[in-house]
Design a protein around this ligand. Structure first.
Ligand SMILES: Cc1cc2nc3c(=O)[nH]c(=O)nc-3n(C[C@H](O)[C@H](O)[C@H](O)COP(=O)(O)O)c2cc1C
Length: 299
C-alpha cells in the first residue's frame, strides 16, 4: 500500500481535558507502545530513501520511506504488515540486506504530559501554587546547568528530561498571591484582601515564615517539593526513573537561568531539579531504608 502521511506535533495539549472529551465520545485508550525498529539502506543507498522494519509490540510493519520535499506532505510511505518482525529480519538477512541501525523508544511525550499534570494537580499551602517548572531541554541550557552542578551529577544531565523547580521569593510571592486570588481563584477585591490578611497573620504568628524573606521562600520551596514528589510517584507508576537533584550551586543556576531569561531572581529562585527518563536496559541500583519501627512511632 502506498500512502502519504501527514505528521504534526501539537504542543500545549491538556491530556486530562482531551481524555475527558474522548471518553464522552466513547473512545478507549489503546495503551502504550514500545517501538523497536530496524533501519535499512536501499540498494543502491540513497540519502532520502530508507526501509524500516518496526514493531510497536502489537503489530509489525515493513515500510519504505522517501522524502521528496521538505514540506508537511513531502514524505511518502509504502507499507505492509508483517506477521513476525524477527522472521522478516532473518528473511532480509538471507537476501543479503543487513540493518544499518536499531532503535527503541516509547511514547514518552504522552507520559511527560501526565507527569506535568501530576505536578499541576499537587496540593500547595493555601492553594497558592507558589512554584514553577522549567523544562530544560535545550542543549546549551543543559550544558550550563550541568556546569553549575556537582561533578557527581554529570550523568543526570543526559536524562531525557530535566525539570528545574523554582519557588517564589518573598517579593515574588506578594505579586503571585494577588494574581492567584484574583485571576485563578476568582476572588473579588474585598475577599482577596481578607484572605491576604488572614494568610499574613498565619504566616507571621502561627508558622513564623514571614519575618525573614528566606523564611517565605523556603515555605514556597516546601510546596515545590510536594509537586516534585507527585511527579516522582507518577513517573514510578509509568515505569520512568527519576532522580531529584539538589547537588548544584543555587547562585550559579540562578545566573544560568537569568542569562537564558527564564527567571528574574527578585521573584523566582531554583530550589531542586529532577532528571527523568527510562532506565538503560539491565541497570540496577542498590536500595537501603531504615526499618519501619525506627521511622514510625505508634502511640
Ligand atoms: C531533594 C533530593 C535531592 C537529591 N539530590 C541528589 C543529587 O544531587 N544527586 C544524586 O545523585 N542524588 C540526589 N538525590 C537522590 C537521593 O540521594 C536518593 O533519593 C536516595 O539516595 C535514595 O535513593 P533510592 O530511592 O534509589 O534508594 C536527591 C534526593 C532528593 C529527595
Amino acid at each position: 500500500m502506498s500512502n502519504i502521511e501527514y505528521e504534526a506535533k501539537i504542543y500545549d495539549v491538556d491530556p486530562a481535558d482531551i481524555a475527558g472529551k474522548l471518553a464522552k465520545l466513547d473512545a478507549k485508550e489503546v495503551g502504550s507502545y514500545n517501538f523497536r525498529r530496524y533501519v535499512f539502506d536501499t540498494i543502491p543507498a540513497k540519502p532520502d530513501r530508507w526501509v524500516r522494519l518496526r514493531s510497536d509490540g502489537k503489530q509489525a510493519t515493513l515500510t519504505v520511506k522517501e522524502i521528496t520535499a521538505d514540506t508537511i506532505d513531502g514524505t511518502h510511505e509504502w507499507e505492509v504488515e508483517v506477521s513476525d518482525m524477527e522472521t522478516t529480519l532473518e528473511i532480509l538477512a538471507k537476501i543479503g540486506i543487513k540493518p544499518r541501525g536499531y532503535q527503541e523508544n516509547k511514547r514518552q511525550e504522552y507520559d511527560l504530559e501526565l507527569l506535568l499534570q501530576a505536578a499541576r494537580l499537587a496540593p500547595s499551602s493555601y492553594g497558592m501554587e507558589q512554584w514553577n517548572i522549567i523544562l530544560a531541554q535545550d542543549a546549551k541550557l543543559r550544558a550550563q546547568l550541568k556546569k553549575a552542578s556537582s561533578i557527581v551529577n554529570g550523568s543526570r544531565f543526559d536524562a531525557s528530561h530535566i525539570l528545574v523547580f523554582t519557588a517564589k521569593t518573598a517579593s515574588g510571592f506578594d505579586k503571585h498571591m494577588t494574581h492567584m486570588l484574583r485571576d485563578v481563584k476568582g476572588a473579588n477585591v474585598v475577599t482577596a484582601a481578607a484572605m491576604k490578611a488572614g494568610w499574613k497573620h498565619w504566616a507571621k504568628t502561627d508558622f513564623k515564615v514571614y519575618d525573614t524573606p528566606d523564611g517565605l521562600h523556603q515555605w514556597a520551596a516546601r510546596q515545590a517539593y510536594i509537586a516534585l514528589g507527585f511527579v516522582m510517584l507518577a513517573a514510578a507508576e509509568r515505569g520512568i526513573d527519576s532522580c531529584a537533584i539538589e547537588g548544584f550551586s543555587i547562585d550559579k543556576v540562578v545566573a544560568v537561568l537569568e542569562s537564558f531569561k527564564l527567571i528574574n531572581r527578585d521573584n523566582d529562585l531554583p530550589v531542586v531539579m529532577l532528571a527523568l527518563g527510562y532506565r538503560a536496559d539491565g541497570s540496577t541500583h542498590p536500595r537501603s531504608r531504615r526499618e519501619m519501627d525506627e521511622i514510625v512511632t505508634w502511640y
